[in-house]
Design a protein around this ligand. Structure first.
Ligand SMILES: Cc1cc2nc3c(=O)[nH]c(=O)nc-3n(C[C@H](O)[C@H](O)[C@H](O)COP(=O)(O)OP(=O)(O)OC[C@H]3O[C@@H](n4cnc5c(N)ncnc54)[C@H](O)[C@@H]3O)c2cc1C
Length: 602
């Protein structure tokens, strides 16, 4: 249990308006011995069972995925998040993230199977199930005796998940529901024993969740395995329910609560998906580095070329940034759960509310990390040159496997809109005070700027000052947009996308700088030299993106003097006093990664 108190940790979304001290962020360097051991055993499992048989996953050996899932169950890897009362290890949120992270190193096929089972396939029962439902199903799911799948998507209901046509009709004797409908894109469908199914009762506004056992005698049939771009051994099939009888006691939570269950399961799914793109990235950096160190062209290892160094530096930086942000949010969630439990909430309730609190951060991470892994695998192919295009090297499959992360668990467009939408809602409910800081920024814009030379002599002082100013950019752009459009803001999607990109960059850059600052204080600046360079490089890139997105937004809705004032504000808020030498930073990072022959910052 954590000894953090309510006042010590920020509410979800508050990072934008409050300063976080570096001592208050959790970093990978804070893992305890037990967590480190768990990380090692997960890595060993990946090397032994997954990485060593990587071709089998590419050859669509679905049976091997299932076999590996069983082995993961034997090792206890499926039960990390499951409470002890139901046969699990009941470990904290950070530990559950760790396993999702390190299990992703070899193949997206396995991490998808793992995530669909432990996350969306099991979590709805542990979070919303009755005591009887949990006793009946969760222990089997925790050991891997049974596998779960999650049936939300339908041919006509994807992003618009609440619009599904699958029906649940109560029998005359009131003992069971009869479910009829078509679900598609169902991960683990080929080998699961149980589904979480969402269906509509009568003309209810919202869908309802059910636990449905897989039984071919009960009107359940499957489409063929989908022919997919990537994650070749992740079983993905359509599932047809035809008058499938489900006892009334298998309803999850209450009638009409399905959409809420689906969304809350997705909050957890999103941050875990981000975690599941971390080791995937590190391994790509490792492989690309090894290759670049060995591949000779023009009589020199290609690693010596600046063009390659720039790629390696950016790839390693993305991985470091993503780790920093993922574990920061994971610990916030873990602490929030502990606080809620201490104040009398059941574990179930505490976990639900704890994750929901950080739904904004979950969406931010899902988008940022899924886009980084895509970029990293793409550059990985480029480092390998022609060999990267060959299915005989793991770059090709890593690139294809990475692509799905931008689509499932809510597309990145939906998550971008959600991140800003949820923040505005929180502000309206009074949970995050955006109005006060936004008004202050407005006043600052009208005032005369200070011409004093700031003191940036302390480590990362200028970077932290910039982060504080980037937050003002968001408040300036989003605040004016809310004022201008009010509730109609949601119709201005291009603006929302731009605002969300600003928000994402702020969270990712701030998390990285805070991690590095914390580590520099305890391990010394010299030991953190490369991490300092990565923090500076990422911030530089973030400032670039923010300038571009903010300008796009401002010009779209402000005119004349207002536009000029905001553009001047943007310039002021994104100004460096000491321009970082990005060429030097990239060289420094790449040289360290090359010398270590891989990524050594986790
Ligand atoms: C390999 C794989 C595994 C999957 N596993 C599962 C699973 O186990 N269980 C499950 O239930 N589902 C699963 N899915 C489904 C997945 O969650 C959906 O594909 C996803 O939610 C997107 O829905 P869609 O495919 O219908 O796309 P659509 O919703 O049709 O979206 C198409 C495009 O339009 C955009 N768009 C849609 N609505 C809006 C809007 N309001 N504003 C702006 N842009 C919008 C989207 O961002 C996207 O770019 C899986 C999908 C795949 C491919």
């Amino acid at each position: 249990m954590s000894d953090t108190t309510e006042k010590d940790i920020l509410r979800g979304g508050q990072f934008l308006v409050k300063e976080t001290k570096c001592e208050d962020v959790f970093t990978l360097e804070d893992l305890n011995e037990e967590q480190k051991m768990m990380r090692e055993s997960t890595k060993e499992f990946v090397d032994r069972e997954l990485w060593a048989h990587w071709e089998r996953f590419e050859k669509k050996d679905y049976a091997y995925t299932e076999e590996c899932m069983r082995k993961a169950g034997e090792l206890g890897l499926l039960s990390i998040a499951v409470p002890e009362a139901y046969g699990g290890m009941g470990m904290g949120f950070v530990s559950t993230m760790l396993v999702c992270d390190y299990i992703s190193g070899a193949t997206g096929s396995f991490s998808t199977a793992f995530g669909a089972h432990t996350g969306i396939g099991t979590m709805p029962i542990t979070l919303y199930g009755t005591e009887e439902q949990k006793q009946k199903y969760v222990p089997k799911l925790a050991t891997g005796e049974w596998f779960g799948a999650y049936c939300l998507t339908e041919p006509g209901a994807g992003s618009d998940a609440n619009s599904g046509k699958t029906k649940a009709v109560l029998s005359e004797d009131g003992k069971y529901y009869s479910i009829t409908g078509q679900k598609m894109w169902i991960s683990n469908a080929g080998f699961c024993n149980m589904f979480i199914v969402f269906a509509r009762i009568e003309d209810d506004k919202n869908i309802t969740g059910f636990i449905v056992e897989n039984d071919s005698e009960n009107g359940i049939s499957f489409g063929e395995e989908e022919k997919k771009l990537g994650i070749h051994s992740s079983s993905t099939r359509q599932v047809f329910f035809n008058d499938t009888k489900v006892p009334v006691e298998n309803m999850l939570s209450e009638r009409g609560n399905g959409f809420k269950i689906a969304m809350n399961a997705l909050n957890v799914g999103r941050i875990k998906l981000a975690a599941a793109c971390l080791e995937a990235q590190r391994r790509v950096v490792n492989e690309a580095t090894k290759y670049a160190n060995e591949r000779i062209q023009f009589k020199t290892p290609i690693m010596n070329f600046g063009a390659i160094k720039a790629k390696i530096a950016d790839m390693a930086t993305n991985a470091y940034v993503d780790e920093s942000a993922c574990y920061r949010a994971a610990k916030n969630i873990e602490d929030r759960i502990a606080i809620r439990e201490a104040s009398g909430n059941s574990h179930q309730e505490a976990e639900l509310k704890g994750v929901e609190e950080y739904a904004i951060e979950c969406s931010i991470l899902k988008v940022a990390v899924s886009e980084h892994v895509q970029h990293t695998t793409d550059e990985g192919i480029q480092v390998f040159g022609g060999m990267g295009f060959s299915a005989d090297t793991p770059m090709e499959s890593a690139w294809r496997d990475a692509r799905i992360s931008r689509i499932y668990e809510g597309t990145n467009e939906i998550n971008r809109m959600l991140s800003v939408g949820m923040l505005v809602k929180k502000a309206m409910k009074g949970h995050v005070d955006l109005l006060g800081p936004a008004t202050a920024v407005g006043e600052e814009l009208m005032g005369i700027p200070s011409f004093e030379t700031p003191d940036f002599s302390e480590l990362l002082a200028e970077e932290k000052d910039l982060i504080a100013r980037l937050k003002k950019v968001f408040l300036m752009v989003a605040g004016s947009a809310v004022q201008k459009f009010g509730p109609d803001l949601e119709k201005h999607q291009m603006l929302l996308m731009a605002a969300s990109d600003i928000l994402i960059q702020i969270y990712m850059a701030e998390s990285t700088i805070l991690r590095t600052e914390k580590n520099a204080k305890r391990f010394g600046e010299e030991a953190q030299a490369t991490q300092i360079a990565m923090s500076k490089l990422y911030l530089y890139r973030a400032v670039d993106i923010i300038q571009q997105k903010a300008k796009e937004g401002i010009v779209s809705f402000a005119e004349g003097d207002e536009q000029r004032m905001m553009l001047m504000g943007l310039k002021r808020f994104t100004k460096y006093t000491n321009q970082p030498n990005v060429v030097e930073l990239r060289t420094q990072i790449a040289d360290k990664v090359a010398a270590d022959n891989g990524y050594t910052f986790d």
